[in-house]
Design a protein. Structure first.
Length: 252
């Protein structure tokens, strides 16, 4: 089981550059990258999908040499179109990273929840990093937020608070930063997930990406709220609860 339906790439590519969630998640990732690894020269993103986060990193830190890996070739087709010659792209299973002490930073953005052997991937990331290298990881948070959206997206898990940090430490990392993401919009997320559960009970077909299908004005409003959250996070606030967890860690 690959843990992901590659047909989703055809849909994701339509939302990633405008959706309130994708745009602001990328803004937070690039801000954390610039803060904790400002001198990074080599970066690997595992599970890069269509290359949307790599695009944001290239814009924010153009001197970084980017490598993107993806299990599914269909995602790499989009990434190649988006990045042209701006990144090295390769097909790779994250459980078997073909590098040793090569990268300054490795990113895994909403990837590990799709992989049953997430701890094995973390150990592989540790080996692939240079001695002072580090990781930036984002994952869906809170088991009590599980909904049909997680089933359709082939998630193996949602992470309780503290689980990602413990697993990274067990793999040989030291935690530098940990916070929730999508905290200000959590009440809306809870309501949306409850609606999905009710619809499923009524026999209505599930749609993993229905939360991104909205009018332009609503997307702009939600994006403004998340933009405020990202700004407060950059200012030093650590959010205790939220739809996602974002962790920065360094090779110990």
């Amino acid at each position: 089981m690959s843990g992901f339906d590659p047909q989703f790439f055809d849909i994701l590519v339509k939302y990633e550059e405008t959706s309130f969630w994708f745009v602001n998640r990328a803004a937070l990732i690039t801000a954390l990258l610039a803060r904790y690894f400002p001198h990074a020269a080599e970066l690997l993103e595992i599970g890069c999908g269509t290359g949307s986060v790599l695009m944001a990193i290239r814009k924010a830190m153009p001197r970084v040499n980017l490598t993107g890996s993806e299990l599914h070739p269909s995602g790499l087709i989009y990434a190649r179109e988006r990045l042209a010659d701006g990144a090295t792209l390769l097909q790779m299973d994250a459980r078997d990273i073909i590098a040793r002490s090569q990268f300054d930073v490795i990113g895994a953005f909403d990837v590990l929840e799709h992989i049953a052997e997430d701890e094995a991937v973390m150990r592989q990331m540790h080996v692939a990093l240079k001695p002072s290298g580090g990781v930036i990881v984002s994952v869906p948070q809170h088991r009590w937020l599980w909904s049909p959206a997680d089933d359709v997206a082939f998630h193996e898990r949602r992470y309780p608070r503290g689980e990602m940090e413990r697993k990274l430490e067990a793999a040989g990392f030291r935690i530098l930063h940990s916070t929730s993401f999508n905290s200000l919009l959590l009440p809306l997320m809870i309501a949306s997930r409850q609606m999905m559960i009710l619809r499923e009970r009524r026999g209505i077909k599930r749609d993993a990406l229905s939360e991104f299908q909205m009018s332009g004005w609503l997307n702009r409003v939600l994006s403004s709220v998340l933009r405020i959250e990202v700004g407060l996070t950059k200012a030093g606030i650590h959010w205790p609860v939220g739809g996602s967890r974002v962790v920065v860690a360094q090779k110990a």
